[in-house]
Design a protein around this ligand. Sequence first.
Ligand code: FRU
Length: 506
Amino acid sequence: MTYPALPDDLLTRLAADPHRPAYHCLPPAHWMNDPNGLIQWRGQYHLFYQHNPHGPFWGTIHWGHAVSPDLVHWRHLPPALAPDPDGPDRDGVFSGCAFAADGTPTILYTAFNAGVQLPCLAVSYDDLLTWHKHPANPIIQAPPPDLDLVGFRDHSAWREGSQWYQLIGSGLRGVGGTALLYTSADLVHWVYVQPILVGDRDAVEPLWTGSMWECPDLFRLGNRHVLVISVWDERPEWSTTGSELQYAAYLTGDFTAHRFTPLSQGRVDHGRSFYAPQSLTDEQGRRLMFGWLRETRPVAAQIAAGWSGVLSLPRVLSPRDDGRLGMEPAPELERLRRQGPHWRDVAVNELAEAGLAEAQGDALEIGVEAAVGPDSQLRLAVLRSPDGAEETALVYDGPSGVLSLDTTRASLDAAVQGDVSSAPLPLTDGETLRLRVFVDRSVVEVFANGWLCLTSRVYPTRRDSQGVTLSADGEVTLRTLDVWPMNSIHPLHDLRGGKAGHDDHD
Ligand code: FRU
């Protein structure tokens, strides 16, 4: 089984598109938003996602489906769930989760019909290829009657003893975001318990969490629990992104007696693209997260490209004593590295510019470990044209301890708006700055010091915007600098879906 064949003119456009990522996972074409139903089943990683198979815009939402033996190379299968013209999901199969229930792969998702959002169940008996929607759908007929809610969608499910639990994302009107807890003995009959936590939509400290929480994801990590939410708010005056979708946030704390008590919180990613993440525990016991990297270019450009949206790299989550959420790129990604230049123990100001010229490319991983003094600044530019007219700059400023990703000059296209995304990255005494920077055509995804992430989308116009430069103000010593060209995971025959027939996984 493969993804349905695509027309030749679209394939030609996709193959020639300089903005189409080479090693991030994205559908063969058309629209993608949230990752859904992440699960490892019989050794294979299954990744479903919100998908419109009819075009590069949100609508007629299906569950796209990709499968991978190694978290890196993905084979695209036909969409797994489609709206049913006579069903409660007539207008869309919205986000949800997947899990094994007594050995049966099971999905809980949100059915969308004329603005109404209700939970539904589906099961698979053929290793996740085809899905049977439960005849009792929607399995919850209406939200709790005594609550005035903003939204009722997206699911996180788990089992404790003989009981199943699920969270549904929501908001209490006029109050703030929430996640509603339900319990069931059989996954079909559900009893409402209570909100596990309610946010304050007007509070900005310690972190603004908006008026509704999309995509709640609750899991244990070490000896704590983590609640990941996607902050949504319909009030234009609160929008930081020009839309209702804001950013993903995490709260670490304790979940006991059906209540979540946060101890610390933060943004999952400080760029402006990362949204609606979901996570899974794999067979190695790792907690892995993927997020949706939405476009920050105009709709017309997305339509012209024939695709929209891409997933983040898989991130391995870890608990930290300081309450932050640890995040590192999955080590499997190192398999994509090709031989590239590297430097050891050199002052940035002694790096020969000619040396860095070998480091250029639009699909790279760049690893930096540097001692940046409190009076110094380190600046790494990528996707830079030889004259510097286009570049994306990552700056670590010693005096303020702030890491910034500046995309204001990433593109000469006047229709594309860049920004400066920044976050405090305080270094403790003697701590070096450790960066893993993933450049992938229109994606720049940055991991810093094992916990801070900054991801943005960029759309350079020039074919020669492929340079890498490193500069410093003051004293900056590089312990290591590595530049690896990265292999593509999307050979053209993959894009041809059913048409070209087979790839080596078939
Ligand atoms: C998040 C979201 C979810 C919803 C889905 C619809 O981006 O709005 O809340 O289930 O997308 O596609």
